[in-house]
Each structure stands twice: as structure tokens, then as C-alpha cells.
Ligand binder design. Structure first.
Ligand code: URA
Length: 292
């Protein structure tokens, strides 16, 4: 590729990132944004370019830092997957914008808190109500640019009432930090809000009962990106039965949020070889978001 073409692609990518950021600020209730200035954006983008931070290495995600798994394995490619086009499906949530206007932070906090109280009193799934110690609503920044969407609380989460605080949660925290983000600046929540007995998968009627809660959380926050961790959350959000393997590696849409599907941290704990793919997914998002 000639230098001119690659400079122009880079410039377009930068402008797209600036436009996406301005859109995100508008969705977050910021109604004044500066005109995107290419030089400033490019300067900021350069400041955010890091390949393997200590957090990446700590999460065991960096392909460059891992031992090859077998003598025949190819060395990890330093190249980053290119953006693929958003999947176009005829579902309403894949083509339309969030309804109504975006709320300011105080109103978001208040509505999330009302919804949290509603969830705490929910009795729609008798089996889950009998077993639960706490409902686990979700937590984080009500103006998050990134939402991380899990499956269901486990024992530690049920006990504390907070999402992703057990072993899988520790890995998720490392994954978030590897993206140069913190738990406080993102929003973390689950598809269902009560722990299924013996950590079984949520039943379809349980997902259906919780749909109104997770959809309202997303609708209030309107993030730029939703990261679906595992098949339960991706199938619930995208309304399909496809595997993570089929859905990962490109962006999907939920209203005007981009949806990235990747492996659940619990699966990564059981299958460390899948960490490379998960890290590629996160890098795809970071690159799209201008975080690297
Ligand atoms: N697994 C999940 O999907 N969610 C949690 O909150 C914890 C573990």
C-alpha cells in the first residue's frame, strides 16, 4: 500500500474515532462538544498507543508474552485484526437508535437506583428467589462508554450483592485493566440478577424474566460498546442461538451501541488457550475506540 493511501486510511480512522467519541458524549448527556480537530485527536491517539502493559501481561492475555503452546505453533502475529463491517440483520435493535433523549447523570443515577430496588424485590423466578441471598444488579459508571455484560451471579456475587467479584471477576478486572480502563469507569452487569442453584446455566424463562431489567440498564446508559461475555449474554442481547466462536471477531449492533462478543472469563480460566482470541477481541475494540 502506498504511503499516501495508508495515511489517508489512518486519517479516516482517526476521524471516525473522533466522530464516535462525539456521538458517545452526546449519548452521555453532554450537549456541547468541540469540533473534532484532527491534529488534537491524532496527538491523543498517539499518547494511548501501548501494546503490552503490565496489566495485559498480568491478565495472561498478551500473545507476545506467552510460551508457545506446541512446537508447531506459529509465533503470535503482532498484527491487529482489521475492523469488519457491522453485521446487518433485520432485527429492530440492529438498525434503530435508542428511543427518547439521553439523560443527564443525576437522572441516570436516580433511575438506576429505582430499577435496582425493583430488582431487589423481584419474585418472578420462584426457584431463584428461594435460593438467593442477594440480587446482583450491576455497578459502575452511569455514563460508561463500555458495558461488560456477564451471565449470572455465582456464589461470591450472591453473597456480596456485587457482580464479578469471585475468581472470574478477578480475571475480568485484569481484562478491563488490560484495555487501559478501570472497573469504576465501565459498567458491569449480568443477564440474570439472581444466582442459579449450583451455578447451572440460566433457563430461557429466567432470561426472559430479567430481560426488562438488563434492557433498561442498557437503554439508560447507552454505551458506545457492550462486551458480551459468553453465549448466554450474547444470545440474549442479539436474540440468536449462535456460539461465541461464530459471533466473536467483529462488531454487532444493539440499537446504537456496538456489540463485541468474546469468551466468558470463567471459560478462559478453564481454557487458557482461548485467552489469545479474547485478547484479539479486546484489541479490536480498543483500536476501534481509539484506546491503542
Ligand atoms: N460470572 C458471571 O457471569 N457474572 C458474575 O457476576 C460472576 C461470574
Amino acid at each position: 500500500m502506498s504511503d499516501n493511501i495508508s495515511a489517508s486510511l489512518d486519517r479516516n480512522q482517526t476521524l471516525l474515532q473522533a466522530a464516535a467519541l462525539a456521538e458517545h458524549l452526546a449519548r452521555s448527556g453532554v450537549h456541547w462538544t468541540p469540533r473534532p480537530n484532527l491534529q488534537n485527536v491524532a496527538h491523543l491517539k498517539d499518547r494511548f498507543t501501548v501494546v503490552a502493559t503490565p496489566a495485559v501481561v498480568a491478565a495472561g492475555l498478551s500473545p507476545e508474552m506467552r510460551e508457545p503452546e506446541s512446537p508447531t505453533q506459529q509465533p503470535a502475529s503482532p498484527s491487529i485484526p482489521q475492523l469488519k463491517p457491522l453485521t446487518q440483520t433485520p432485527l429492530a435493535h440492529s438498525s434503530s437508535k435508542y428511543q427518547g433523549s439521553s439523560l443527564g447523570i443525576a437522572e441516570r443515577k436516580s433511575r438506576l437506583s429505582i430499577l435496582q430496588s425493583e430488582v431487589a424485590q423481584c419474585t418472578k423466578c420462584p426457584e431463584l428467589v428461594r435460593c438467593r441471598e442477594h440480587t446482583v444488579f450491576g455497578e459502575g459508571n452511569p455514563q460508561a462508554r463500555f458495558m461488560f455484560f456477564g451471565e449470572a451471579p455465582g456464589a461470591d456475587e450472591d453473597h456480596s450483592g456485587r457482580p464479578f467479584v469471585g475468581k472470574a471477576g478477578q480475571l475480568l478486572t485484569k481484562m478491563i485493566e488490560a484495555c487501559k480502563l478501570s472497573r469504576e469507569e465501565v459498567y458491569i452487569f449480568n443477564t440474570i440478577k439472581c444466582r442459579p442453584p449450583n451455578n447451572r446455566n440460566p433457563e430461557p424463562d429466567e432470561v426472559a424474566n430479567c430481560r426488562t431489567y438488563f434492557e433498561q440498564q442498557i437503554q439508560l446508559i447507552r454505551p458506545e460498546y457492550i462486551v458480551c461475555l459468553g453465549a448466554v449474554s450474547s444470545q440474549a442481547l442479539l436474540d440468536n442461538k449462535l456460539s461465541v466462536g461464530r459471533l466473536r471477531g467483529s462488531f454487532h449492533r444493539y440499537f446504537d451501541s456496538k456489540v463485541l462478543v468474546t469468551y466468558h472469563p470463567s471459560y478462559l480460566l478453564r481454557t487458557p488457550a482461548a485467552k489469545k482470541a479474547a485478547w484479539e477481541d479486546l484489541q479490536l475494540m480498543m483500536r476501534d475506540a481509539g484506546l491503542r
